[in-house]
Design a protein around this ligand. Structure first.
Ligand code: CIR
Length: 278
């Protein structure tokens, strides 16, 4: 399997409204710092070998830089999801044209229930869908049925409450290994997978992002970076402190896929004059 091979990504520039993004904490993020973190993130994606389509900011949609939530790309197909926060539902129509530039097949979920992409962990042909405050059973069932069309099997799991999304507390760090918080591991939802426990006290560091030979880790989680580097992963740290104030992390800011299945990721990440480049 080549679950972590990617050569394309879509991201969206933060809108000025990002300072009013949904958050569980009291500290609002700073716009300029979010922009700087976003640029650093796009740079890390390119360094990892991905060609990045940077969409313009979507004013009026505070959380629209978190493109992982309104859509899912898998098996050569784009799925339009149904984000569970009312303020985010309009992001789906807004991302459709960008997906249409890259995918011939676009599948929209029926208007029943809700699913956020942050609750969807792709582990090869198995896709874990976590029920949460944003993802409900009808939404998860609808996505599971849609995924069957591309040969993927969905497992709906019920993680313990306490995190926004399933992937706030875990990530797939190689073809067979999930890196997850102790609470998630204790819930025994990842049957059949190898699981590495995240560092206690750095639980949000469990949202790492594997891209080709690189494993992105938030720079605010130094013990996590040391642990994963010690296990042989090619750790690269990226600052996501400010987006963390919006309960977001590394996976949330991109949609990623492998377009060229023949040759694998390009070795020249930056294409001059590339459409939408920053
Ligand atoms: C939200 O609450 O929807 C945003 N502030 C954060 C979304 C994070 N997305 C993700 O984990 N996939």
């Amino acid at each position: 399997m080549n679950v972590h091979r990617f050569d394309r990504a879509i991201v969206r520039r933060p809108s000025r409204a990002v300072v009013d993004g949904l958050r569980s904490g009291s500290r609002a993020p700073d716009f300029e710092r979010i922009v700087a973190e976003h640029q650093g993130y796009v740079g890390a994606l390119r360094e990892a070998g991905l060609s990045v389509d940077v969409l313009p900011a979507l004013e009026g949609f505070a959380d629209s830089l978190f493109v992982e939530d309104p859509a899912l790309v898998l098996g050569g197909c784009a799925f339009l999801l149904r984000p569970g926060a009312p303020s985010r539902l309009g992001e789906v129509d807004a991302i459709r044209p960008a997906l249409g530039r890259h995918f011939e097949r676009i599948v929209a979920l029926p208007p029943a229930g809700f699913v956020d992409g942050g609750d969807v962990l792709v582990a090869g042909k198995t896709v874990f869908i976590g029920l949460s405050a944003r993802t409900d059973q009808p939404g998860a069932t609808a996505l599971g049925m849609a995924l069957a069309e591309v040969g993927a099997g969905a497992i709906v799991v019920r993680p313990p409450s306490g995190q926004l999304h399933l992937k706030s507390a875990c990530s797939l760090i190689d073809d067979e290994t999930i890196f997850a918080t102790r609470r998630l591991i204790d819930a025994e939802i990842f049957a059949g997978m190898k699981v590495i426990p995240a560092v206690e006290g750095e639980e949000l560091g469990a949202n790492a992002l594997r891209l080709n030979d690189v494993l992105l880790v938030g720079s605010g989680f130094p013990r996590t970076a040391d642990l994963l580097a010690g296990l042989g992963y090619g750790v690269v740290t990226v600052d996501v402190t400010e987006v963390g104030k919006l309960d977001a992390g590394l996976s949330c800011m991109s949609l990623r896929w492998l377009a060229d299945r023949g040759s694998g990721p390009k070795t020249t990440p930056r294409e001059k004059g590339e459409k939408g480049s920053e």
